[in-house]
Design a protein around this ligand. Structure first.
Ligand SMILES: Cc1cc2nc3c(=O)[nH]c(=O)nc-3n(C[C@H](O)[C@H](O)[C@H](O)COP(=O)(O)OP(=O)(O)OC[C@H]3O[C@@H](n4cnc5c(N)ncnc54)[C@H](O)[C@@H]3O)c2cc1C
Length: 374
């Protein structure tokens, strides 16, 4: 029997997830990555595999499935990962009330949730701001990977275990039914082509990009030097305004108004606090969100400072020295969905859309969707 061939464009998390799923369907898969090593969104993130952010009626199961895939791959490939859980820290009454409502609604879906006193939070995170924090919500489902390491190591693992070949340093300049063309003029044939080119999908399909329900989101990120203790992944009150899992909380609008008064600069710049810790105990701290298809490339010190100001409300700022700063981008859907799967030509599919949750949803998204289109 002749084996079917698949081509995947891009070796970020979505490209790798699509390649793995295609290989599991017995395709012979070739991945083309423009860079010599991945440098897109997938290595610029917090490495947070974050089921707590997914709504139990929507993508919680997908996130948990992705989390399990991450854990298996990391174990088998010898990649560092940490089942850190997440600790959402609160500094006022409305945030605690929202946590209680979330707990009551979700405990049947997430059996591991706990509302913690400030003292218990301090045991888990000795560097929290003891003056402000009054309690927290702990969830044990979250896993952290060091994405800049993991995303670059996984291709070697996938190539050894599956029928997948990776070609780095090869840009696809044209794709059409049954074939792609590289910048050095070579043509490759396939039965199916999956475009996982992240926020640069406009380069291959500009007219489709212009009319798709998507925008670019640009984020400021910081990394500290290593700190003295290991902590769970941290978020705080402003995260209520960012995650789908909290979208149905009854006080959400009231809280939004409260934040507009108390944290106007943070709300204006789409800031909430996320803190993940890597194997060296360094903290990745963020983030802000700026939206639009033409964004200035200049990282604003003001925005970094607003992130750090909010960090100081929640955590002890004297513990950290900033060692790195960078910006990242991803495509965010403007219609509230989290999948942009579009057959742009017969057998050529755009595979995109999870926005700020690609690390959380990627493996599960491919596992569910690729068998439906391949
Ligand atoms: C700052 C930041 C923080 C984030 N934090 C988290 C987090 O903690 N948890 C979470 O779940 N999600 C997070 N996300 C979201 C997540 O990182 C993205 O959803 C995910 O990385 C998108 O993966 P991707 O494979 O679509 O894109 P990318 O990782 O950008 O990969 C696309 C790849 O395609 C390649 N490419 C493009 N065009 C071509 C071409 N023509 N030919 C060949 N190759 C091409 C690019 O070089 C690139 O390597 C974050 C994102 C950012 C930016």
């Amino acid at each position: 029997m002749i084996q079917k061939k698949a081509i995947v464009v891009g070796s970020g998390i979505l490209g790798m997830a699509a390649a793995k799923s295609l290989s599991e369907l017995n395709y012979q898969v070739t991945v083309f990555e423009r860079s010599l090593k991945a440098e897109g969104s997938s290595i610029r993130n917090f490495g947070m595999v974050w089921p707590i952010g997914q709504h139990s009626n929507k993508y919680l199961e997908r996130a948990l499935q992705s989390r399990d895939t991450w854990t298996n791959i990391c174990k088998n490939a010898g990649i560092w990962h940490h089942s850190s859980g997440s600790l959402q820290l609160f500094t006022n009454k409305i945030e605690l009330e929202m946590a209680n409502e979330f707990y009551d609604a979700e405990i049947h879906h997430r059996s591991n949730l706990k509302i913690l006193t400030a003292e218990k939070c301090l045991e888990m995170a000795p560097n929290l701001n003891q003056k402000n924090v009054i309690g927290g919500l702990f969830s044990s489902t979250e896993v952290i990977v060091e994405s800049r390491e993991a995303i670059r190591v996984i291709p070697t693992y996938l190539a050894a275990k599956y029928n997948i070949e990776f070609n780095f340093g090869k840009t696809i300049v044209e794709s059409t039914t049954g074939k792609v063309k590289t910048s050095d003029g070579e043509t490759y044939l396939a039965d199916i082509i999956i475009i996982c080119s992240g926020y640069e999908t406009n380069l291959l399909y500009p007219s489709i990009f212009e009319t798709a329900p998507i925008t670019i989101s640009q984020l400021n990120m910081l990394r500290s030097a290593p700190i003295a203790h290991q902590i769970p992944a941290i978020c705080a009150g402003l995260s209520y305004l960012h995650y789908d899992s909290y979208s149905t909380l009854s006080q959400k609008n009231e809280y939004q108004n409260f934040c507009l008064e108390k944290y106007p600069n943070q709300v204006k710049n789409g800031i909430h606090l996320l803190v993940s810790q890597n194997h060296e105990l360094a903290l990745t701290i963020g983030d802000s969100h700026e939206y639009g298809n033409q964004l200035d490339p200049f990282q604003s010190q003001d925005i970094d400072q607003f992130i750090l100001d909010y960090y100081a409300e929640i955590m002890n700022k004297n513990d950290i020295q900033i060692a790195q700063r960078w910006m990242g981008k991803y495509l965010k859907m403007t219609n509230g969905e989290s999948e942009w799967i579009q057959e742009v030509e017969n057998g050529v599919f755009i595979f995109n859309g999870p926005g700020g949750a690609g690390m959380t949803l990627g493996w599960g998204m491919a596992h569910e969707i690729i068998p439906k289109i391949a």
